[in-house]
Design a protein around this ligand. Structure first.
Ligand SMILES: NC(=O)c1ccc[n+]([C@@H]2O[C@H](COP(=O)([O-])OP(=O)(O)OC[C@H]3O[C@@H](n4cnc5c(N)ncnc54)[C@H](O)[C@@H]3O)[C@@H](O)[C@H]2O)c1
Ligand SMILES: O=C(O)C(=O)C[C@]1(C(=O)O)C=C[C@@H](O)C=C1
Length: 401
């Protein structure tokens, strides 16, 4: 059973030495005399949709007993059937840690209820906005010393338990957001949960968190939705030309409107400020295109500069996006293989890549329009591209130049 740090006042045994350090994160070291170790053995998840179920699936095999609750009997039964934990009952011993994974607009209320119902427990949440939750808890007069906010920066464009995945949080950031009153030992417990789920912990204050996610999550959602909504009236023949670029840019346009309305409402001013800048830049691009009009030979001084800067600035921003596991982004090479669209073919290809000792960094599969073939794009480190192409051809694969 995993053992994790909690603070004085919680049940547990005193620590005899300095507390452990954890990879990728500086632990706050409590003085030895007030530091205790207790098991993170009973966790309750309240709200068993995509995120609640994924957390249950991720920590259940790590020696934690997970109980589940949700106002929807179907949602909680499905999460249990999928293996995220067992149904909570009134006779259960009190959980040590409660994870509220409910929609953002009820999260504050649900956290406050759980703090009252379980007076010894630590309560965290996973809502995508943090300032508004802390504010609601302060208004409710909740015991803020036992509340520590959280936000796993991993998710999907689908909702519900059925979309849950045990590996959703692997190597992904999980922002731990203490309030000014959160007890350090409670903070450690929430960090331990995130690490148990495979995530990499980052600590932030609520305002800093909300400003950051406005830029890296909330504005991208708005942009994807706006681009995708242009497709609604497009003739079917035009939509049929869609390639990987459109798919890359619009994947999250399939997200849940109810959830995202709550997220945008909960972070309105930070999102608004970035969108205002974006609208200004967009106005500049429209003006540059107006200056050129239908005449590509038009002199239109400055217009080409605006267009080039648009793409170059995007390059600079894109280069800052971290690669896997928070490491600096690597420009991977892509090996493109045309395969028959038949069961087992991609599995055989992946086996052959592994047998050549090459680590696959990413994988995209497209289906070619009108032909029973798939196009598999395998991303690998640049130095592996040429040897892999040769090896796969030797093994009989149709590798594109
Ligand atoms: N979807 C994502 O990609 C993502 C990523 C990180 C964090 N989050 C956050 O996680 C939370 C849950 O999102 P999700 O994507 O799992 O949504 P979801 O719709 O898949 O699941 C929400 C669950 O909460 C339950 N619920 C509704 N009202 C409740 C209440 N009063 N008490 C307890 N449970 C209640 C619903 O029945 C549902 O099962 C949200 O706060 C969201 O901001 C979402
Ligand atoms: O990958 C996705 O589908 C997501 O939308 C995940 C994503 C994100 O923007 O990164 C979305 C909202 C959450 O608050 C956290 C993660």
């Amino acid at each position: 059973m995993p053992r994790h740090v909690v603070a004085a006042g919680d049940a547990g045994q005193p620590v005899r030495g300095p507390l452990p350090r954890t990879r990728g994160r500086q632990r706050t070291h409590l003085p030895v005399e007030v530091a205790y170790v207790a098991a993170l053995s009973r966790v309750r998840i309240v709200g068993t949709g995509l995120i609640g179920t994924s957390i249950g699936l991720a920590i259940r095999d790590r020696g934690v007993e997970v109980s589940l609750s949700d106002p929807s009997p179907t949602a909680v039964a499905l999460a249990a059937d999928l293996g995220a934990g067992r149904l909570a009952t009134d006779d259960d011993p009190a959980p040590e840690l409660i994870v509220v994974a409910a929609p953002p607009d009820v999260t504050g209320d649900v956290v406050a209820q759980q703090l009252t119902r379980f007076p010894q427990a630590t309560v965290t949440d996973v809502a995508s906005v943090k300032r508004v939750i802390a504010h609601e808890l302060a208004e409710a007069g909740a015991d803020a010393s036992r509340y520590v906010g959280g936000h796993p920066m991993a998710g999907r464009e689908r909702s519900g338990a059925i979309s849950g995945r045990s590996d959703l949080f692997q190597g992904r950031p999980w922002v731990v957001v203490p309030t000014s009153n959160s007890h350090p030992g409670r903070v450690e417990q929430v960090c331990a949960l995130a690490e148990l789920a495979g995530a990499v912990v980052t600590r932030m204050e609520a305002a800093e968190h909300d400003a950051a996610v406005a830029a890296v999550s909330h504005v991208p959602q708005v942009a994807a939705s706006l681009v995708a909504s242009r497709l609604r009236e497009l003739p079917t023949e035009s939509v049929a030309l869609a390639g990987q670029g459109l798919r890359d840019v619009t994947r999250i346009a399939a997200s849940d409107p109810a959830l995202w309305t709550q997220i945008l409402v909960g972070n309105a001013s930070a999102v608004r400020d970035i969108l205002a800048e974006l609208a200004r830049d967009l106005g500049g691009v429209v003006a540059a295109l107006d200056a050129i009009g239908d005449n590509p030979d038009a002199l239109a001084p400055g217009a080409r500069g605006v267009l080039a800067a648009l793409v170059a600035d995007g390059n600079a921003g894109h280069a800052r996006i971290p690669g896997k596991h928070g490491l600096t982004a690597v420009a991977y090479g892509v090996v493109t293989v045309v395969v028959a669209d038949e069961p087992g073919t991609v599995a055989r290809l992946l086996h052959d890549i592994g047998a050549e000792g090459v680590n696959m960094e990413d994988l995209h599969i497209e289906h070619e329009v009108g032909r029973q073939v798939g196009i598999v794009q395998v991303s690998v480190v640049p130095q592996a591209v040429e040897p892999l192409i040769e090896a796969l051809r030797r093994r009989g694969w149709n590798v594109r130049d």
